[in-house]
Structures are given as structure tokens and as C-alpha cells.
Design a protein. Sequence first.
Length: 210
Amino acid sequence: MYVRDRGARAALTAVVAGAALAVAAVPGTAAAPHPGTADSAPPAFLEPSELPPHPASDWYAGPVTAGQPDPAPMCVGDALPSTSSHRRYWTEYDTGALQVTVVERSTRRAERFAALLRADLDDCARTVMERNPEVTATQKYYGRLDVEEGAHVYGVHTVTEWGATDINLFSVGRDGRTVTLVQWGQMGTFEDARVTDFRTTTATAVDKLS
């Protein structure tokens, strides 16, 4: 389901519906360039094998692509700048994922950007319901991970009036002036959330920013 208003409902479909688009459009082999500097390599993205294991499918990935993801992830999509780079992931079933990375011009700007993403996620359930009256959303905060400058993990469960139910996990992490957002989602409830595995994925994603 992954609700849609012009941003939020399309954004809620981003993980699953966007992944379906990627199946048709991917798998290209050349990764699009993403921000870096002459004296440092651009940050690495997650590999499919580093996503939470799916019980019945391998993970697949599109290329690293410069720019904002379309559709954008719910709640944080409006905050993502044009300097973003992103990569989509999908399985053969109803599970998908997205990683977005932004390299800021300074550590201070990266701190502010990470704080903005966290503020959007702190208010995610309320935002979804304000924009989509047919949706009920609830959320949980799963805590901070001690990796590089830190990462924070959130869960958002949405249910529509017509019965569709989806669970999304989000994380925001930072290493120096680089910030990454990871989203994982599938049909289900909080009980179906792969929180422990997602925390491991998040730690890996932040470690790879160096």
C-alpha cells in the first residue's frame, strides 16, 4: 500500500511500488556519479546481501543514481536535496528498501541535515494522517546505534480504511559531513518488522560512509 498524497502516499509506495519499477528499469551496471571530493572517494552504498535477510527471496539492487529518489520516501522526502544519491533494492515478494546519501559541504551542515531528517521522522505518523485522512499511522523509536557519529532507528505502521497494512523501518546516520537514510518496508505490522537485522544493516551503511 504505502499511502499516497502527492508526496506521502506515493512515498509510502516507494519501497514496494518503486522497487517494482526498478525490476523493469534496472539492472544497469554503471553507477551514476554521486557527490565526493577530489581527495576522497564517494561514500559506498549497501550491497543487496547487507539488507535484512528475506526468508524466501534474494535481494536485488539498482544502480547508484544521482538526485532525489522518485517516488520519495514518506515523511522525509521533502527534505532531500537535489545533491542526494540513492539506490533502490527489492525482493521477489512484497519487501523493498531504499538508501539515500547526502554529502554536505561541512560537518555542521551535515549535523543540521541529520537533525532535520530525525525531526521529520519523530513526527511521521502525525504527518501521514494529516495528509491522508483514510490512513491510521503509529510509530516507534528503536533507539540510537553507536556507529560513527551515531544512527537512529524508527518504525512506522500504516493501515488504510480499506484494510491495507504496511510496516516501514527508517534509520538516519552520519559520518562526518555525510548523512545516510535507509528505509525498509513490506506488508505487515510491527510484529513483522525485522528490527534487529535492520539495525545491523544501518550500522553497516554508516560504516561504509567513510
